[in-house]
Design a protein around this ligand. Structure first.
Ligand code: CA
Length: 221
């Protein structure tokens, strides 16, 4: 899952980035509203964590612009403590959830996961797809009940395919969500990760549709 964290306070930004990274998200940071608006407009994220007090362009304006341009990415806003006006304005402007500062990182993670799941139209953190069981909260993978040791990168790939399992995911989209834009990798790198995962999971879990992309196979055990 790819997250854009928009926060100008370097200490909070660092804490948010490391907490989300530990929870299995791929995190990218943005320090001002103008850059954040542009990235949210031109790139695909699974979630945006948005501070409201930002240099260059304030968070509410950024959020309103995204929504008026039809960008429907889930947005979690970070508001000043005790400012109910900010919360109300944020939700009116299209925020999906909010956290008042200071907040516990555990709460941020729980809300982030819930938003990503909700956006994908699923309410449960554990998903069964054919023989595969993936627990998005505990970051665990099982095949026919057997536990599989996946690296963070492999888990991110599987989690992304699981959340989007009703469709075939193009390689470019997977690459963007695994590595982000700024260090775009070659398609070979993706094929190597898929090949390693197929060895660990066994045949018939990750399917390829030639020329289109990857998907998780639904066909039962
Ligand atoms: Ca701020």
């Amino acid at each position: 899952m790819r997250v854009l964290a928009v926060e100008d306070d370097p200490r909070i930004a660092g804490d948010v980035a490391s907490a989300l990274t530990d929870a299995g998200f791929r995190v990218e940071l943005s320090k001002d509203g103008e850059e954040a608006w542009f990235r949210g407009e031109t790139e695909d994220f699974d979630l945006i964590v948005l501070d409201l007090g930002l240099p260059k362009l304030d968070g509410l304006t950024v959020l309103r612009r995204w929504r008026s341009e039809g960008r429907d990415v889930p947005v979690l806003i970070l508001t000043a403590r005790g400012s109910w006006i900010e919360r109300v304005e944020g939700i009116d402007s299209g925020a999906d959830d909010y956290l008042a500062k200071p907040f516990q990182m555990e709460e941020l993670i729980a809300r982030a996961r819930a938003l990503v799941r909700r956006a994908a139209g699923r309410s449960h953190s554990v998903q069964d797809i054919g023989k595969l069981t993936i627990d998005l909260n505990r970051m665990q993978v099982r095949v026919s009940g057997r536990s599989v040791d996946a690296t963070a990168l492999e888990f991110r790939l599987l989690a992304y395919l699981a959340v989007h399992h009703e469709r075939v995911v193009p390689p470019g989209e997977l690459l963007e969500h695994l590595y982000g834009d700024d260090d775009a990798r070659e398609i070979n790198a993706l094929e190597a990760v898929v090949a390693r995962l197929r060895k660990k999971l066994g045949a018939g879990i990750i399917g390829t549709r030639r020329g289109f992309g990857y998907y998780l196979s639904d066909s039962g055990p």
